[in-house]
Design a protein around this ligand. Structure first.
Ligand code: AHR
Length: 497
């Protein structure tokens, strides 16, 4: 008989702080991610503040969204910032060639984006255009956003309604430059980055952290070439992307709902590989940057399924189920475990696109299981990570695919409490774990549990939600605290005593 699993937390060896930006979001001009989903315009009957939907902003504020990346993605390398300033009815209409070939009205531009992040109380991550733009265009955009004194561009910003500079926290030079951002070789990108960043000047107190566009998935060549080649120029982080596809194949990714258990486990096992991708890439960074000044930002991640039948395939619409909640939690655990280097991650994407927090239709809105996973984990923002392990972790196996059944993370929250996050990936078997903190057995645990009857339980517009957090409590008995996790569940608790 296998021994019962045991969760062991070491509270005396605190690790790095889990940067709140690990819970960052990504909003691209893609499908109804921004237009309709968040931006309805000031004239809309849907309640809004200067064009941004009140219900969506309020739900996102409850998540304590720390950071928003904009305007892309692939869109960023075709975006020209001057199209998005001045009177909205005079802005040029372009074709969104990346995403469905639909008209891009440019109704959301620089001023609207900063209005959104200021409403959310979030930091701004602006992704510059290297692919079809230039060092000059990026440098002028930065002057427009951050310039303080008198210049034609800062006067233009004032004329467009903004006196004080916008605070730009992060600025990226291109996106996926190995692919949609220009199909470049990393060596070529290094030269372009070095040239561009030389001209990206701002007042010192509004200097963004500069992000270089890195690789994806298991690839390490971009990290290697960038880490070597970007010495001596402003370079604060490498961005890296990695999506989870149930089948691992782009041609037929797998369905968002109605999938077999084989695709439940293949999806979650795939997500666990993110750990290996981060480990390999950060090991390379450690060789070139032992002081760990350069961040490794996982600024696009999430599930990517076959598009919702009947939807525009270029809009990347997909359902969101309990599986996505587990997938999100497993990502958090990986990022927490690498918090010394991973100081930002951005789920793709915020609303209506890929693994969204929120789905909307007209004036309706629904909070997805992913939203609830993010909500459960808010105490981990800026918490101090703690070493944690699971002894006798049961193996979960379906066909030829296997993975650890349980996954855990632990941290000391800013409120001083000890938080634990747990995932039981097994679709059928509940689990019981005893908890040990240092050499003691705690007295109780209180928090929230996310689970549902079906693997593809979802929250649909106009229907009763199937995936909602439930209050959870456990008390020690016989000197032992045992946490009971239902099959396919996520649990976040504060440990007491
Ligand atoms: O998130 C959707 C797309 O995925 C982004 O635009 C791109 O960067 C990535 O390939």
């Amino acid at each position: 008989l296998a021994a019962d699993p045991k969760l062991v937390i070491n509270p005396d060896q605190p690790g790095p702080v889990i940067h709140r930006n690990i819970y960052g979001q990504f909003a691209e001009h893609l499908g109804t991610g921004i237009y309709e989903g968040m931006w309805v315009g000031p004239e809309s009957k849907i309640p809004n503040v200067r064009g941004w939907r009140k219900d969506v902003v309020s739900a996102l504020k409850d998540l304590k969204v720390p950071l928003v990346r904009w305007p892309g993605g692939c869109f960023a390398d075709e975006y020209h910032w001057r199209d998005g300033i001045g009177p909205r009815n005079k802005r040029p209409i372009k074709i969104n060639t990346n995403w469905g070939g639909v008209p891009e009205t440019n109704a959301v531009g620089t001023h609207e984006f900063f209005d959104l992040v200021e409403q959310l109380g979030a930091e701004a991550y602006v992704n510059g255009n290297l692919g079809t733009g230039s060092a000059q265009e990026m440098s002028e955009w930065l002057e427009y956003m951050t310039g303080e004194g008198k210049s034609t561009l800062t006067d233009l910003r004032r004329k467009n309604g903004r006196d004080k500079p916008f605070r730009v926290h992060y600025f990226a030079v291109g996106n996926e430059s190995w692919g949609c951002g220009g199909n470049m070789r990393p060596e070529y990108y290094v030269d372009l980055y070095r040239q561009a960043v030389t001209f990206l000047k701002t007042p010192e107190k509004n200097r963004p952290l500069f992000i270089a566009s890195g690789g994806h998935d298991a690839r390490t060549d971009w990290t290697e070439v960038l880490a070597k080649g970007l010495k001596g120029v402003p370079f604060d982080a490498i961005s890296h992307h990695g999506y989870t596809l149930p089948t691992g194949k782009w041609e037929k990714k797998g369905s968002a709902v109605g999938f077999p258990e084989a695709e439940w486990i293949s999806t979650l096992a795939h997500t666990q590989r993110v750990d290996e991708w981060v480990r390999k890439n950060t090991a390379i960074l450690d060789q070139h940057d032992p002081a760990r000044k350069v961040g490794f930002y996982f600024d696009e991640w999430g599930s990517w399924y076959d598009p919702e039948p009947g939807s525009n395939p270029g809009f990347l619409v997909q359902r969101n189920t309990l599986r996505d909640a587990l997938l999100a939690a497993l990502h958090f655990h990986v990022f927490h475990a690498h918090a010394e280097r991973v100081k930002m991650s951005n789920v793709a994407q915020m609303v209506n696109v890929l693994q969204a927090m929120i789905l909307t239709s007209k004036d309706q809105l629904v909070l997805t299981p992913t939203y609830h996973a993010f909500k459960l984990y808010t105490p981990f923002q800026d918490a101090t990570s703690l070493p944690v392990r699971i002894d006798d972790n049961p193996v979960y196996k379906v066909g030829a695919v296997e993975m650890p059944g349980l996954s855990a993370t632990a941290a000391r929250g800013k409120d001083g409490k000890l938080y634990v996050g747990l995932v039981n990936a097994n679709a059928n078997q509940p689990a019981e774990l005893t908890v040990q903190v240092g050499s003691t057995s705690p007295k109780a645990a209180r928090g929230q549990l996310l689970t549902a009857a079906a693997m593809d339980a979802q929250n649909e517009l106009g229907k009763a939600p199937q995936v909602l957090p439930q209050a959870y409590e456990a008390q020690a008995a016989g000197g032992r605290l045992t946490l009971k996790l239902p099959a396919k569940s996520v649990l976040v608790v504060a440990i007491e005593g």
